[in-house]
Design a protein around this ligand. Sequence first.
Ligand code: TQI
Ligand code: CA
Ligand code: ZN
Ligand code: ZN
Length: 170
Amino acid sequence: HFSFFAGKPRWPERKTDLTYAFSPENQLSDSAKSVFSRAFERWSEVTPLTFTETASFSAADIRIGFFSGDHGDGEPFDGPLGTLAHAFSPPSGRFHLDGDENWVVDANLINSPSLVSAVDLESVAVHEIGHLLGLGHSSVEESIMYPTITAGQRKVELANDDVEGIHVLY
Ligand code: TQI
Ligand code: CA
Ligand code: ZN
Ligand code: ZN
């Protein structure tokens, strides 16, 4: 079953059009950016929310960046595997990914045997966006918000449990 953060934080009622930006230091490929765009779309399909990329990192509601090790927020990343990413509850908008992961952008490659400890970027993005919107973890194994993922797994479709949870907030 779905859960929320303490105090059930959410983006304010009047703020349904959220912007997001990528850290200018990362220089992401267009295909990496489109993975995030697809991940946002999965949540906008089931809520009144919209997500639009903006060029201004400092002004964006949701700020996405890849960092390695200690990156100044007291929650250092840990190299390959372990912690993959973290996102904070609303209205923080901070969305950080571990730059040391073997991120897989092309979903067709997730099961390629030559990839060592591959992590599917879209799967992690859909999960972290759930946190950014106010969802905690779920006890339902099929849900996007279930707190573990098997190595090499791809899970990008919202389960009923995810949709019911987000409908409580939006
Ligand atoms: N990162 C954890 C996560 O996003 C960070 C975290 C731990 C957390 N406890 C929390 C965030 C409580 C909010 C509330 O869950 S992670 C998965 C999953 C991680 C894990 O790197 O462990 C995904 C990131 F669910 F697959 F295990 C993305 Cl998809
Ligand atoms: Ca890691
Ligand atoms: Zn961080
Ligand atoms: Zn999580």
